[in-house]
Design a protein around this ligand. Sequence first.
Ligand code: GLY
Ligand code: MN
Length: 436
Amino acid sequence: MRTRFSLIVLTIVILGFTTLSSGGTFDKAEYKARRVKLMQSIPDGIAVIIGSEGEKQKSNFIYFTGVEEPFSILIIDGMKKETILFLPSVESREKILEETGVDRVMPLAQFSRLLFSYQAQTNIIYTPFNRADAGYVPKGLIDPDNRLSREMNFISQIKKNFPCFRFKDLNHAIAELRVIKSPAEIEVMREAARISSLAHIEVLRSAKPGMYEWELEAIYEYTIKRLGGQGFGYEPIIPSDPKWYDSHYSENSRKIEDGDMVMPDVGGEYNYYVVDISATFPINGKFTPEQKRLNRIICAVENAMQKVFRPGIRSIDMKAEVQEIVAKQGIDLDKEGVYRIEANHWIGLDVHDVIGAGISSRTTILKPGMVLASDPAIKIRDKNGNVIGGVKIENTILITEDGCENLTHLVPRTVEEIEKVMAEKGIHDYLKKKDK
Ligand code: GLY
Ligand code: MN
């Protein structure tokens, strides 16, 4: 496990788990149920899922096994309805069988032999086609390094050795499972949300003019880890220059001057699950009248979105209802230039969860258990089109049976809430530089 023992004990208490014998965050019955559901999508073949190379375990692998050991491979046999786990070394077969609930555990060295034997039963291998893992290659560019993701490389190696196999993309079938979070997953996400929200509060307390963006980053990281998280759920984005508002800027190197608004987009990871939070606040702790006006608008829109999110709708269709609610407060969405009134992306094991697997957060009919980003924003531009101001709020939202729950509700949002927290002392206030 990625947490210390005391935190595991705490997790057991918080989540009410009776056992962590699976070796993962959840009971082995939960992992098994996920694998059994996947079997229904692959009745004519086997699924092969590879683990990490030594970095953090891959999301799909952890989802089906809870196993963190790198260089592991999972076969889920949709024909015989059995699961085989290959590990680099198998010290105690019984222990691993007991912890994971898989049917067979084998040393990695036997993977090829087993694959060979499958040729008599099927020629179909389902595996995630993860092209993007190899890094970003701009569209239209011939990649000079010819980088294939590990998954695509793996496919080409199997093809070379066993030309009879045909490959089918498993991403959609996995995404259909991962997009609906179980009650146990939701509890873990609640904890990720709690510690990440407390990190935002600690940053608000410490933020002062003259600090660098990276200092706020450090306070986020310290607080998330101090509270039992493993660190950032994604690259922290802490722009204080409007030019970088609502972007993926993560240099976080700028000195934040009095009068600047900071727009952090930062969420933590807890037991592999992440949340996504954005906020906008004045570094000096006091909103100007125009900043107050923008904050009031974005809070009204975000609150209206949380009234509208519910099972049975598509997020792409929600704008009219949101407009109707905020119009009663004198706000015209289009006149104010509010954009992204929809579920921007799913959230779970990844911040852009199950992205590219054909289940759009915009056009899919929402169901209970889905977790999504709600992140309306406004950008103010000068006459040349340069961004000179703006505001964004982002919450991690769970769709419930009859509406939604804001998992990141602890983050201060109104002007009054933010100014009150910013007037409190934070970690930074206790770290005095030596007198010259
Ligand atoms: N939190 C970063 C993003 O959603 O792109
Ligand atoms: Mn986001």
